[in-house]
Design a protein around this ligand. Structure first.
Ligand code: MGP
Length: 208
């Protein structure tokens, strides 16, 4: 039987309503714990792309929140990558920043990428990363735009988007901290959005 989130993802609409209903109950209950800043969940279902459709057409802003209680509710009920079909993404970005190269905050940025070949591995890494972001665990928190979880046939992946690709020291600090949070020992790589725009398989610039 299809759940509400299946229906929302299938139609690529309605996630906002599902998320809103899920948090409405929680909000009524206890005194909420405020986060340092507002965050927005997005999702993108490219599992059934329409021919000729421009990139970004299926990217949807789902919900903006600023309390711990809303976060847990949204995570539990909706934003688990294991609920996604192949070729779909979830994003958590700072409110006001769109998960696109074209956003002014992302335009000169890049991303660290971590892949996961283990089934269920993506859910755990995603949750650990979300908690680190909303809990402001990165020293270079101002440099961070957000994180993307991508479910792919070949290999799932997480990408941490940052603002100033040329600031190597900041990116290295973020990369090291992210590996520590996720307990990853394999090398991870950082690519510049400017390079990816020109060439999809452009070489990574930093690794840690
Ligand atoms: P990608 O970031 O390599 O996507 O972009 P992904 O999902 O890692 O790749 P996949 O093979 O695993 O699906 C793939 C392609 O999408 C790019 O080459 C662009 O054509 C387009 N694209 C991706 N992003 C993030 C953007 C963006 O922010 N803006 C625009 N205009 N196109 C994008």
């Amino acid at each position: 039987m299809a759940t509400e989130i299946d229906v929302a993802l299938e139609g690529n609409t309605g996630a906002e309503e599902v998320a809103a209903a899920a948090v409405a109950e929680t909000k009524k209950q206890a005194e909420p714990h405020k986060l340092e800043r507002k965050w927005t969940f997005w999702f993108d279902n490219q599992s059934k792309p329409k021919q000729g459709e421009a990139w970004g057409t299926s990217l949807k802003r789902a919900y903006t929140f600023d309390t711990v209680e809303e976060f847990w509710c949204l995570y539990d009920q909706v934003f688990k990558p294991s609920k996604l079909p192949a070729n779909a993404d979830f994003h958590l970005f700072k409110a006001g920043i769109e998960p696109k190269w074209e956003d002014p905050e992302c335009a000169h940025g890049g991303k660290w990428t971590i892949t996961s070949s283990r089934k269920g591995g993506l859910d755990t890494m995603w949750l650990e990363t979300l908690m680190a972001l909303i809990g402001e665990q990165f020293d270079e928190a101002d440099e961070i735009c957000g994180v993307v979880a991508s479910v792919r046939q070949r290999q799932d992946k997480l990408a941490l988007w940052t603002k100033t690709a040329t600031n190597e020291a900041a990116q290295m600090g973020i990369g090291r901290k992210w590996k520590e949070i996720l307990d990853v020992s394999d090398k991870i790589t950082y690519s510049f959005h400017d390079d990816s725009k020109r060439d999809r398989s452009a070489k990574a610039r930093y690794n840690v």
